[in-house]
Design a protein around this ligand. Sequence first.
Ligand SMILES: Nc1ncnc2c1ncn2[C@@H]1O[C@H](COP(=O)(O)OP(=O)(O)OP(=O)(O)O)[C@@H](O)[C@H]1O
Length: 438
Amino acid sequence: MKHRRRSKQQKLNSLPPPTPPATRAPCPMPRPSASPKSPPPATPPPEQGPEVVVPEDWALATDAISSDLSSPVVLVCGPSNSGKSTFTRLLLNKLLPSYGRVGYLDTDVGQPEFSPPGCLSLHIVDEAITDMRNPVLREADRCCFYGDISSKGDPESYLNSLFLLYTYFVEKYRCPGSEMLPLIVNTPGWVKGTGFDMLVEMLRYICPTIVVPIRTRMQRKNLPDGMFWLTGGETEPKVITIDAASRDSLSKSSLKRKDGGGMRERRLVEYFKQCFSSDISLATNKELAYALASLPPYEVPFSDVTVMHLHCEVPRTEIWHSVNATIVGLASSCDTPATAHAVPWCVGLGIVRGVDVQRGLLYVITPVDVQHLQSVDLLLQGLIEIPRSVLQVKGCESPYMSTNVRDKITGKDLYASNLNSPLSRQDDGDSDSGADTM
Ligand SMILES: Nc1ncnc2c1ncn2[C@@H]1O[C@H](COP(=O)(O)OP(=O)(O)OP(=O)(O)O)[C@@H](O)[C@H]1O
């Protein structure tokens, strides 16, 4: 992507004001607003609670797996909220001292371990996890942007991404002469209907050497017993079935239902905080919202990029408007694996901050470094939304939203009052360009 970052002097308020007036954002920069606003939605706090419980069968399982010195490929499966992620974290920490580096294939697009939502990713982990309840973002070795929080919408492209990542891992880390790293595969909790069929496909493709099914007390939610994915004649893996850690030492339930939406929001906030150096204070949503809105974006000519809509079709005439105020995956057509149904590798995410149709420019904010951005020529648009906590901040006009946007939850027009504010009228008068600003 032949882009240039706007200099600090070319602050965003120098962006051309947007048209058409009916859909214009009130202001491309956050400014104090006189109009009353509802309190900003806070980013939900990270999960708190008692320490992770390690039941005896979990300890025996991690001992058995770590004593398998032939670099196991371990797939952990089971119903939603059964403890798969928690178990894989424990296992990762257990394997690290023996191997130094462990592969981790993150396949849960709704609640990924180390990536922002919507991504399937392969990580080569060399540092133990310290917070067993809230793991932090880690840079992926390879990532595919699937663009949704559930594989339901497009199981085929989901599986293609997963197979691609696994093949990449095998070719790079498990071929003769390579390190032969062990691999942990964490799977989604959707294990009924199509979700079950997809798990079977996954198991057949990956052929793990060890499978760890986790059982809950609700029998009807569990996977079938035995090697349900084998058709006969294949090499049988070791199966180590464990029970969900449903009771802690205080006899309270350990399985706290997770706030998936909150976790996704925190992940995105954490991801876009990487746009700033760590010495900038971004303790609150407001600080982050201001900082993001003030960050000089990259200017990207339309001619340098192609938009790929992953989960919908968009008329040609609407393509550029459709990416406005959205989160996109950044990818390169040159770095697309030469396989059938190839999915381009994603180098990171960006927020399309504004679109100037007349000048043919997109304005993009991203923490991805310039070196990686050089080759980006694909914008992958899915259904991952900008966090509400960054969209609505008390005391400033949202720079990411047009006045005709409706609140999904309340169904009310957002910022309708801004249409009549002196600030937006002033912007109306300035309008001379085709920019659609977020
Ligand atoms: N051994 C444990 N000790 C304490 N808490 C646990 C334990 N196992 C699971 N939990 C808690 O139960 C909840 C679900 O756990 P976890 O995220 O590991 O499940 P999961 O099977 O990966 O869920 P999903 O399929 O929805 O991603 C979390 O709040 C987690 O902290």
